[in-house]
Write a protein that binds this ligand. Sequence first.
Ligand SMILES: *[C@@H]1O[C@H](CO)[C@@H](O)[C@H](O)[C@H]1NC(C)=O
Ligand SMILES: *[C@@H]1O[C@H](CO)[C@@H](O)[C@H](O)[C@H]1NC(C)=O
Ligand SMILES: *[C@@H]1O[C@H](CO)[C@@H](O)[C@H](O)[C@H]1NC(C)=O
Ligand SMILES: *[C@@H]1O[C@H](CO)[C@@H](O)[C@H](O)[C@H]1NC(C)=O
Ligand SMILES: *[C@@H]1O[C@H](CO)[C@@H](O)[C@H](O)[C@H]1NC(C)=O
Ligand SMILES: *[C@@H]1O[C@H](CO)[C@@H](O)[C@H](O)[C@H]1NC(C)=O
Ligand SMILES: *[C@@H]1O[C@H](CO)[C@@H](O)[C@H](O)[C@H]1NC(C)=O
Ligand SMILES: *[C@@H]1O[C@H](CO)[C@@H](O)[C@H](O)[C@H]1NC(C)=O
Ligand SMILES: *[C@@H]1O[C@H](CO)[C@@H](O)[C@H](O)[C@H]1NC(C)=O
Ligand SMILES: *[C@@H]1O[C@H](CO)[C@@H](O)[C@H](O)[C@H]1NC(C)=O
Ligand SMILES: *[C@@H]1O[C@H](CO)[C@@H](O)[C@H](O)[C@H]1NC(C)=O
Ligand SMILES: *[C@@H]1O[C@H](CO)[C@@H](O)[C@H](O)[C@H]1NC(C)=O
Length: 363
Amino acid sequence: MKYFATALTLAALATAAPAPVPIGGVGVRPNDTAPVYHTMSDFDFQSLNLGLNQEWIELDLFNYGVSRFSEEEFAAAGLGPDDISLINFMANQEVGHAELLTNILSAYGRTPAKQCTYRYDFETVRDFVNFCQRLTRWGESGVYGFLPHLDSRPSAQLLLQSITTEARQQMIFRQFSGAHPMPVYFETGISQSMSWSLLSQYIVTCPAENPKIDWQIFPALNVVNDANLLVDGYLANITHNRTSLTAPGRTVQFSWEAPGKTTSYNGTYNTTVGGNVTDLVPKYAAWISQLNTTYTELNVSSTNNFSATTLQPGGTVFNVTQDDGIVNGTMFVALTTENPYVTPYNLSLLNDVIVAWGLYQAD
Ligand SMILES: *[C@@H]1O[C@H](CO)[C@@H](O)[C@H](O)[C@H]1NC(C)=O
Ligand SMILES: *[C@@H]1O[C@H](CO)[C@@H](O)[C@H](O)[C@H]1NC(C)=O
Ligand SMILES: *[C@@H]1O[C@H](CO)[C@@H](O)[C@H](O)[C@H]1NC(C)=O
Ligand SMILES: *[C@@H]1O[C@H](CO)[C@@H](O)[C@H](O)[C@H]1NC(C)=O
Ligand SMILES: *[C@@H]1O[C@H](CO)[C@@H](O)[C@H](O)[C@H]1NC(C)=O
Ligand SMILES: *[C@@H]1O[C@H](CO)[C@@H](O)[C@H](O)[C@H]1NC(C)=O
Ligand SMILES: *[C@@H]1O[C@H](CO)[C@@H](O)[C@H](O)[C@H]1NC(C)=O
Ligand SMILES: *[C@@H]1O[C@H](CO)[C@@H](O)[C@H](O)[C@H]1NC(C)=O
Ligand SMILES: *[C@@H]1O[C@H](CO)[C@@H](O)[C@H](O)[C@H]1NC(C)=O
Ligand SMILES: *[C@@H]1O[C@H](CO)[C@@H](O)[C@H](O)[C@H]1NC(C)=O
Ligand SMILES: *[C@@H]1O[C@H](CO)[C@@H](O)[C@H](O)[C@H]1NC(C)=O
Ligand SMILES: *[C@@H]1O[C@H](CO)[C@@H](O)[C@H](O)[C@H]1NC(C)=O
């Protein structure tokens, strides 16, 4: 009986006083402003509209890959009917992501991007899945880079819930490529200009009403001796222990484009270097992966200002375990004129000193 009385008293107390919310936090109390899932600034609109352009190409790409190749061609890459269905499902996920972003962006009578036409340069299933793991890499990282900077936290919540799905797509395409699924401890974030620079080159035409994208497009950086993720004998699988594709101390050769090139859809855009760049000859390679931006000195060719070498850096994120190399996975590399110290939350400040921008296939 005594036990019952205590339980009843506790129950009454529980109804009378809601669990306290520790001091701080935004939008977590009943009397806080109700969330509105709209963009709140040009920064928000341009960031989310860039995200929408990324979702549209993924939708096109996944559908195109499935329609372009036969079941036999997929089988030769180690991919069966269930795997093809998974790619189909991923395309449908993109329909949902595009719908979500369109809804957020449509507020205040604004016009979000519609789907465009694209160009791809793969000819085999293996090259298709490899391209998908590269494209989803910058799609995923491009959103991580701006999510915590958005003015609209409610919109960030929704975008977060779609980008975590994209992260799974990226990992699955690495598995489909016969690679280690996630050879890093942390997935890096990059700026909007950094992801737009990689995406823009694959868009051919867009409807006239598509909003102009205000982010920069950096001149393309080519890793002349980039490793190929596709290794003979390693077909699609959950994971593979493979010999690392690259290692610290490797001589890496770069070539890059001069700024001022017309690019992307309808010849609407030009490539430009960072706002602080005065001398077009870069001094550093910036290696961007995990939590780190690491610089190495460039050896620019004496006969060609658009060609250079450097040595791949070593080092780990934390010196505790030794398999968290700061250069690993599908990652990013910039050529820069300065070597400012930047951390994940202020990486976009690097934009100002970039001369060329690209991907590096470390593993
Ligand atoms: C909201 O409610 C909390 C208690 O839950 C109270 O401390 C606070 O003053 C209220 N804020 C406003 C703006 O009414
Ligand atoms: C791009 O070109 C296509 C095909 O000519 C045209 O339909 C479309 O309106 C153009 N879009 C822009 C943004 O100029
Ligand atoms: C996947 O890996 C398992 C275990 O390592 C192996 O037995 C299997 O043959 C592999 N499958 C393919 C398609 O390579
Ligand atoms: C795979 O690699 C890990 C780490 O390099 C090693 O500990 C493990 O023994 C390897 N497993 C096999 C099956 O070779
Ligand atoms: C691209 O840059 C060139 C040279 O500065 C300029 O003539 C051209 O108008 C620019 N094109 C666009 C689309 O901005
Ligand atoms: C770019 O130039 C501005 C203005 O001079 C300066 O404040 C900023 O620190 C520079 N950015 C970098 C990354 O060097
Ligand atoms: C720079 O490159 C040149 C030409 O490849 C080479 O001779 C020279 O040793 C390199 N210098 C350094 C510091 O790596
Ligand atoms: C490389 O660029 C520098 C600085 O802009 C210039 O002085 C030099 O003539 C260029 N060299 C070559 C080979 O283009
Ligand atoms: C990588 O970033 C982490 C987190 O900021 C830092 O603690 C570590 O020292 C960095 N590692 C290297 C090799 O720069
Ligand atoms: C990393 O830790 C090892 C000991 O575990 C130490 O010998 C080494 O100097 C450390 N390296 C750095 C860069 O701190
Ligand atoms: C990349 O990650 C893989 C998987 O953990 C590891 O085996 C390899 O040593 C790493 N490579 C580098 C260059 O750190
Ligand atoms: C970026 O943030 C770090 C602190 O996390 C700060 O030390 C650094 O100066 C900042 N970089 C720039 C270019 O402002």
